[in-house]
Design a protein around this ligand. Structure first.
Ligand code: AMP
Ligand code: MG
Length: 522
């Protein structure tokens, strides 16, 4: 650990808040505040990601040590760490919310690994910062475990995401009213060490823009280009053309990220602009959820239950809305807004193309023809009305031979026997169309199956699986986390003996807190 090499460019090159410490305040003319993690009573390592440790160059023998738990709980900074909280704003549920900032995340510094890659280390739940507003700066075990497991699972699914090095319990109690229903209780506290090349969000750009602080906005944009988009910065573009190319790149990455979410059935749950990464990474795992029965209107977030702004099927549209807010924030840096419009158009084109690639891959076709878009839409409609498990269905579809099989081979994917009965004729018809389409496709059966299995995971972090691991961990048994983490390392492989992790959601989990209802309380 002592070998971590730090190069803290963000706080070195950009204006910071002259005041240090966690006093609550509006911070102007500055992009961050220096603030130290507040030490915790008794840090204990619950889980770590071996892949992320290796990425950072932390040797296995250094992980299960008191030292490691002390450092990554924020109790014992090591040489080179310069902790800070970033200052950003955001649009929450469609409304400008003003200054938000890292209210409980504290970045320890930017490490450079042996390969020369930059990885910022950030503790979530490390104590109050100037941006904590009335909250405590802490996080509970259940939400920390969910972030830790899901960000690693997403990485292994091939979805752009922030990573997680460690999950540490603090030995302290944190009081939360989990469902905001007047029942606060003490819960075990925890800290996740998140890892990403950059944690910058759309909201970091929006805040100086809404305050009319153009010099600060410009400094941040130039810095981001230099540090986080070096290929673009070296591309020969200059001035406004460079910024335009950058905005288009942000649009492109966001589109690809959302297309991945739609492919694997991930619902973020709180796509506020402060939760949108400038690098197009999935960031801030809160009341997220995974689709069990296919339902574009489903949102895991109880706070969003009425408006359903962040429902599964709206994510592409919301990302576009968020990018429009980013464009608005950046517009003072452009004489002519046209390149920003072009960036947004590029989002639509990129998303449309990625969606078509998803269709081809999920159905195992050599390419997506125009009629295949309809074939997929009709299937999705069937999956929705007949209440069919998305993950099980697509995986099962790869295994069957649609020329000779009827839909009963996919019985496991249905949640409701009556709806299944009613839907058999429609599925039989659809399978016949699919069989005819496959007949006209150049891919062999083996190629089709390989393609489908690489796009349709066998294992995802179903909400109830995470909840079971949480309940065991709260009783002091961490084996559920370790087992899940291990299963989710190879989400596209059939893992004999681990079939239970691939089953459809059990009935008891249908309407249960933590399994289908989640709140922002974390
Ligand atoms: P989120 O909805 O998790 O993205 O959080 C929105 C804002 O609230 C961010 O500025 C967070 O840092 C802040 N926040 C959330 N929970 C806490 C907490 N327990 N203590 C301090 N700030 C928090
Ligand atoms: Mg957030």
């Amino acid at each position: 650990m002592h070998r971590l090499h730090f190069d803290n460019s963000f706080i070195r090159e950009l204006p910071g808040d002259p005041e240090t410490g966690p006093r609550q305040r509006q911070v102007r003319y500055a992009l961050f505040s220096r603030v130290k993690p507040t030490p915790v009573a008794a840090p204990r390592l619950v889980a770590h990601s071996a892949e992320v440790a290796a990425l950072l160059g932390i040797a296995p023998k250094n992980i299960d040590t008191t030292d490691f738990a002390q450092v990554f709980a924020g109790n014992a900074p090591i040489e080179g760490m310069q902790p800070f909280a970033a200052n950003y704003g955001g649009h929450q549920f469609g409304h400008w919310a003003g200054q938000l900032g890292d209210g409980r995340a504290i970045s320890l510094g930017e490490t450079i690994n042996a390969a020369g890659e930059r990885w910022e280390l950030q503790l979530k739940g490390a104590g109050p910062t100037p941006y904590s507003r009335s909250a405590d700066g802490r996080a509970v075990l259940r939400s920390s475990l969910r972030e830790f497991l899901c960000s690693e699972a997403m990485h292994h699914l091939g979805v752009p995401t922030t990573r997680a090095l460690s999950l540490i319990t603090t030995g302290e109690t944190v009081v939360r009213d989990m469902l905001y229903d007047g029942n606060p209780r003490g819960e075990p506290g925890a800290i996740v060490c998140r890892v990403a090349p950059s944690f910058l969000r759309f909201g970091n750009f929006e805040l100086p823009a809404t305050r009319g602080d153009l010099p600060l906005l410009e400094q941040l944009v130039d810095f981001t280009l230099r540090r986080d988009f070096p290929a673009l910065a070296d591309s020969g573009h200059r001035g406004e053309a460079l910024r335009a190319a950058w905005f288009a790149e942000v649009c492109e990455r966001s589109a690809k990220m959302i297309a991945h979410w739609m492919r694997v059935g991930f619902v973020h749950g709180v796509m506020n602009t402060d939760n949108m990464s400038i690098l197009g990474l999935t960031i801030d795992y809160g009341p997220y959820g995974w689709i069990d029965d296919y339902d574009p209107g489903w949102t895991p977030n109880t706070t969003d239950a009425r408006g359903r702004r962040y429902a599964f099927g709206r994510q592409a549209e919301i990302a576009y809305w968020n990018l429009s807010q980013l464009a608005r924030a950046l517009s003072p840096l452009f004489d002519d807004p046209e390149p920003l419009h072009a960036g947004l158009e590029h989002y639509i084109d990129t998303y449309t193309a990625a969606d078509r690639r998803n269709i081809a891959a999920k159905l195992g076709l050599g390419e997506c023809r125009d009629s295949d878009v309809k074939l997929m839409a009709d299937l999705q409609h069937l999956l929705h009305t007949a209440e069919v498990d998305m993950t099980l269905f697509f995986r099962g579809l790869a295994d069957l031979d649609p020329m000779v099989t009827d839909p009963t081979a996919l019985n496991d994917a249905f949640y409701d026997i009556q709806k299944r009965q009613d839907a058999i004729p429609a599925f039989t018809q659809w399978l016949a169309r699919y069989a005819a389409r496959l007949d006209a496709d150049p891919l062999s059966t083996t190629e089709r199956r390989t393609r489908m299995r690489a796009a349709n995971p066998r294992y995802v972090l179903r909400n109830y699986l995470a909840q079971q691991a949480i309940e065991r961990a709260e009783q002091g048994d961490n084996s559920g986390i370790h087992e899940l983490l291990d299963v989710l390392r190879h989400p596209y492989d059939d893992q004999p003996g681990r079939e239970t992790f691939a089953q459809r959601r059990p009935d008891w989990a249908r309407n249960r807190a933590g399994c289908s209802l989640l709140s922002c309380s974390s």
